[in-house]
Design a protein around this ligand. Structure first.
Ligand code: NAD
Length: 252
């Protein structure tokens, strides 16, 4: 396979956490990868990334349509094709609904749900041209169970799963598969920050997980890599839950 024949994947939110682990998984599967994020990678990760071949780094804000369109155009200009899109950009804020400000609600919905919509819309023509496109959206178990103080995040993720099913059907004729992953509690900066702020408690989180530990970014990245690959060629419109059994736990 020549270099120009190697598939190209674009990932948002890819400079740290689960996104960064997904970048390494996709490179391992032979993808050329375009990483786009609001932030630049930190120096250690940048050095790790720079050692890998065919990696392009872009700044994007997924809440801004012009920024998203420019990201997709750069990815296609650089590599001449686009075969995969992973919508991983995200963040979380915990607040009870009674105190929730409009701006918090709107920003969370706009980053997670609006962001994925903008990236999918912008990437559609290039994914269709390739003939075997794949999209993976990042949901969360918060879309499936009632987690207090997470209303905008949970609603955005549930909406993202509905968007995933709609696009799976709308784009099946274009040869594009659209799936989602729903991670449980994964040890990343997002979870670490919540524990440090006191908005989450480590022991009570682990008590609810049958496998009795947090997941790793690499374990979620494997699920994303699988859904992006030809091995998942007959899977579309699905959400793959990666949660150590948390959402099937009846042991209470
Ligand atoms: P993280 O904070 O380590 O990484 C998220 C990345 O998204 C960051 O690099 C951030 O800069 C980027 N980002 C945020 N807003 C953006 C914007 N407007 N435009 C572009 N980039 C933006 O988080 P993570 O834990 O690796 O989470 C990755 C994804 O997985 C998120 O969608 C999150 O909701 C989801 N998720 C995480 C967990 C978990 O336990 N960590 C659980 C379920 C779902």
């Amino acid at each position: 396979m020549t270099d120009r024949d190697r598939p190209v994947a674009l990932i948002t939110g890819g400079v740290r956490g689960i996104g960064l682990a997904t970048v390494f998984n996709l490179i391992g599967r032979g993808f050329r990868v375009v990483v786009a994020d609001l932030d630049a990678p930190d120096e250690t990760d940048l050095a790790r990334l720079a050692r890998r071949s065919d990696l392009t780094n872009l700044i994007v804000d997924v809440t801004d349509s012009a920024s998203v369109d420019a990201m997709v155009a750069r990815a296609v200009d650089t590599h001449g094709r686009l075969d995969g899109l992973v919508n991983c950009a995200g963040y979380n804020r915990h607040q009870p609904v009674a105190e929730l400000e409009d701006a918090t609600w709107q920003r969370l919905i706009d980053v997670h749900l609006g962001g994925a919509l903008r990236c999918c819309r912008s990437a559609h023509a290039a994914l269709k041209r390739g003939g075997q496109g794949a999209v993976v959206n990042f949901s969360s178990i918060a879309a499936h169970i009632g987690r207090p103080r997470r209303a905008p995040y949970s609603a955005a993720k549930a909406g993202l799963e509905a968007l995933t099913r709609t696009l799976a059907v709308e784009w099946a004729g274009d040869g594009i598969r659209v799936n989602a992953v729903a991670p449980g509690i994964i040890w990343t900066r997002m979870v670490e920050d919540n524990i440090k702020r006191g908005t989450a408690n480590r022991d009570s989180l682990i008590a609810g997980i049958p496998l009795a530990r947090f997941g790793t970014a690499e374990e979620v990245a494997s699920a994303v890599g699988f859904l992006m690959s030809r091995e998942a060629g007959y899977i579309t419109g699905q959400t793959l839950v990666v949660d150590g059994g948390a959402t099937v736990n009846g042991n209470w």
